[in-house]
Design a protein around this ligand. Sequence first.
Ligand code: BGC
Length: 545
Amino acid sequence: MWNWFILMLILFCMFYSSKSSSVRHFPSDFMWGVGSSAYQIEGGWNADDKGESIWDYLTHNRPDKIDDHTNGDITADSYHQWRRDVQMVRELHVSTYRFSLSWPRILPNGYMNHVSNAGIKYYSNLIDELLKYNITPMVTIFHWDLPQRLQELGGWTNPEIIPLFKDYARLVLELFGDRVKTWTTINEPWHICEHGYDVEYNAPSYNFPGIPAYLCGHNLLKAHAEVVHMYRAEFQQRQGGRIGITVDTSWQEPRNRNNPDDLEASERTMQFYLGWFAHPIFSRHGNYPKVMIERIRNLSKQQGFGERSRLPEFTTEEIHRIRGTSDFFGINSYTSFLVSPNDHNNSAGFPIPSYNHDVGVVFDQNGVDWPSSGSEWLRVDPKGMYHLLKWIHREYNAPMIIITENGVSDRGGLADYARVDYYNLYLSAVLDAIEDGVNVRGYISWSLMDSYEWKAGYREKFGLYHVDFNSPQRTRTPKISARVYANICKTNAIDWSYRPELNEQQLQAAARLPAESVARTNSAATLSWSCTLSLLLLLLLARHC
Ligand code: BGC
């Protein structure tokens, strides 16, 4: 009996130590990348003939809506520093750089009657420079900076946005498609619609709960689908590229996994958050998730809206036209939330009607030991990434997944060991999912450099590179995480033992930077649970041998 027990223990230990050994390799064709977005890094907000975006408008007219009252007028000045950006991308050993095009830099008013040559030249140069060094550009056509003139027409709530987005997309596909082979139409529809129209976190900052967010989503899905159909009909064969969408969600962890109500709340939130945009495109039958259609229809009726649900309906033809319009599943995810049902009395206190009230759950991050970060909403729960990938795999019939954004914020400093831990932990979770059969083909870290973090201004830093926002050149310096991520991309593996100290270049830079950047402590390595478990089992084994 004891012999059998010891044998099982040895096998268990071998299994665990292989899983938690300090080096773990990714599949040989795994794609590594790093990302940024136009408004967050470019600056040059009115350079040459660039038009005003909704973020220019919001930050200039309502600075009070931004935590530190700043704007992206200059930010990291990539409009001028783009050569240095490409150099950084090279230093990271990634094969892909994901960046976005600014619609008002290319079409200042949003319309085709004014095309900016300066804007086109800027992106053309950037693409050429990347290709010169064998770096694949992955281009997002829209990452939140809508031309302000189009917002004055209602932005994404006006169906007129569909042909306008198509015109803009046709132009950029025509201009850059000879060199760009991976496109995403739109970054994070959920954030655009829910945070822009339902609550006032993102431009255009409507604070009009329960109605326009769903109109936004409806038009956005149709606009996305039209662009993909156009690409497939007019460009794909001749240019030989691929096109998709990037959706986003946090993992919605049931507050208590033994409570069926919490399990249901988790599933419902996944459907309302990720499913709102992923179900119409990736599911077998298309359309919005059933639970969304039914809940919003019933609540609309109860709330006196009559027979017409606040969630617009697709025609059968539209359902077919939207379904299948993505060559890959682009997912952005950073964190997890705990969910349980909101009771009938709405003790969560959501406005009625509102998206949050429609979802009908209470969500927070209280009572868990997930480490915190530089952002209030972002806690470190790598297991959540594993659950999310498995959920996507199950729900959408094993799509080819590219993680188009994942990363963590802090409040500054070059010795960012917490970010190193985050990457190691989240990438281990991704690898666990791959080993369990999920088809994840690439990972794009967020972000190349510190940048304008939307409503949070410059306080929250996601960069692998530090940017000195006080220097005229916006000097960039690699953080420790940049060196670790470069090592991951170069070796195609996570190596927990690789935790370099600040080198000479970093020390010199640190000496010039404000005190927050100088912290040098190499915080103790975060021991993963599996690692701890292995140690315990080994100790146990030693006692029995
Ligand atoms: C956005 C990025 C942003 C990141 C961190 C994502 O939702 O696509 O632009 O910087 O989250 O907040």
